[in-house]
Design a protein around this ligand. Structure first.
Ligand SMILES: *Cc1c(COP(=O)(O)O)cnc(C)c1O
Length: 359
């Protein structure tokens, strides 16, 4: 199958003349800068926030390029992964005309972002054990299908999708295949970043919000061909990553020891949590997880969810989601948090009257 990026792109985006920022027009570091209407006196906090940040985050991308072993021209940085998702819709999907394919149950933002952009969504559910059926996915492709979103490890089920199934979709589809690897750092699976050379239609998303512990800074990454990344750069808001985020992340990226330590600690706590969940009377199923959370089936999940809240423990009620009837999604907490959660869950499930109440 041949992949023609220009054919895929919305024509007005191809023709668009992007905003040219002051920092685009002069990118040197030295001189008297009277070009961006900044405050020459400094900032109200006393910290050096008065100058606009690097619109292309060159220094940060160079560091990421080294860590991810991919050229910096193949990295796009967004204000969270959600920005990259939105930009993909705007670049490739004509509202009301083009469509995308998602595989429920999966991350909710694909569908919300499609809705915001008035792009129809075709749904090909995962199997009951949350695997991708590549033949069904490819059969759902129409002439107007532009993007297929694959999430692996998948949220909310937690499992990784079979690599071979993802490869079948990549080989069989002429549009863009997004592989969302938000949880890859918790998995033993190699990243699809290494497959970018082989598949010009592949875009891999990762984030600093989970394993790196930087959710508040909002930094999502997309990895793809130079051409795809250039399109995202062309249409993004010019200064989409704040200077504070850039500076903080540049420093943080050096500390991969701490990252490894945290991943290991979460792995240990996760294993402990799984054992405790499996020992808990009433828990019907703990789904296999390659992420930092578990999908867990309990009787009367909505009621259990509400009762946990009265004990000030907040989990995610996924019982309304496809294939997830009576399921809660539980993030692996720290040791003390997990112990409190298990105690609360055991109390709730041991009380037949309370757990018998719906809602
Ligand atoms: C948490 C999560 C993200 C991360 O989103 P950010 O906007 O980068 O915080 C992306 N995809 C999935 C599937 C997630 O669960």
């Amino acid at each position: 199958m041949s992949f023609d990026l220009q054919q895929l792109l919305r024509p007005h985006i191809a023709a668009l003349k992007p905003y040219s920022s002051a920092r685009d027009e002069y990118s040197g570091n030295e001189g008297i800068f009277l070009d961006a209407n900044e405050n020459p006196l400094g900032s109200i906090t006393g910290q050096a926030y008065n100058r606009y940040p690097d619109p292309y985050q060159s220094q940060l991308k160079q560091k990421l390029a080294d860590i991810k072993n991919v050229s910096s021209e193949r990295i796009f940085l967004g204000n969270g992964s959600d920005e990259a998702i939105d930009l993909l819709f705007r670049a490739f999907c004509r509202p009301g005309i083009d469509n995308v394919i998602i595989m429920p149950p999966t991350y909710g933002m694909y569908e919300v972002s499609a809705g915001i952009n008035d792009v129809p969504v075709r749904k090909v559910p995962l199997t009951p054990d949350f695997q991708l059926n590549p033949e069904e996915v490819l059969a759902a492709v129409t002439a107007a299908t532009k993007i297929i979103f694959i999430c692996s490890p998948n949220n909310p089920s937690g499992n990784k999708l079979l690599r071979e199934s993802i490869l079948t979709v990549l080989r069989g589809f002429q549009g863009l295949v997004v592989v969302d690897e938000a949880y890859i750092d918790f998995s033993d699976e190699p990243s699809f970043i290494h497959a970018l050379d082989e598949f010009p239609n592949l875009l891999v998303m990762q984030t600093l919000s989970k394993a790196w512990g930087l959710a508040a800074l909002r930094l999502g990454m997309a990895f793809a061909s130079r051409e795809i990344i250039a399109i995202l750069n062309k249409i993004k808001p010019p200064y989409n990553i704040s200077g504070l985020t850039q500076a903080t992340v540049i420093k943080a990226l050096g500390n991969t020891d701490k990252l490894e330590q945290m991943i290991e600690e979460i792995r240990v706590q996760k294993e402990q949590l799984r054992l405790q969940l499996e020992k808990t009377a009433g828990v019907e199923k703990v789904y296999p997880s390659h992420a930092n959370f578990f999908l867990v089936k309990v009787p009367h999940a909505k009621s259990v969810y509400q009762q946990l809240i009265t004990k000030k423990i907040i989990v995610r009620d996924r019982s309304g989601v496809y294939h997830c009837g009576d399921c809660l999604r539980i993030t692996v907490g720290n040791k003390a948090e997990n112990e409190q959660f298990i105690r609360a869950l055991q109390e709730i499930l041991a009380t037949p009257i309370a757990s018998g109440l719906e809602n």
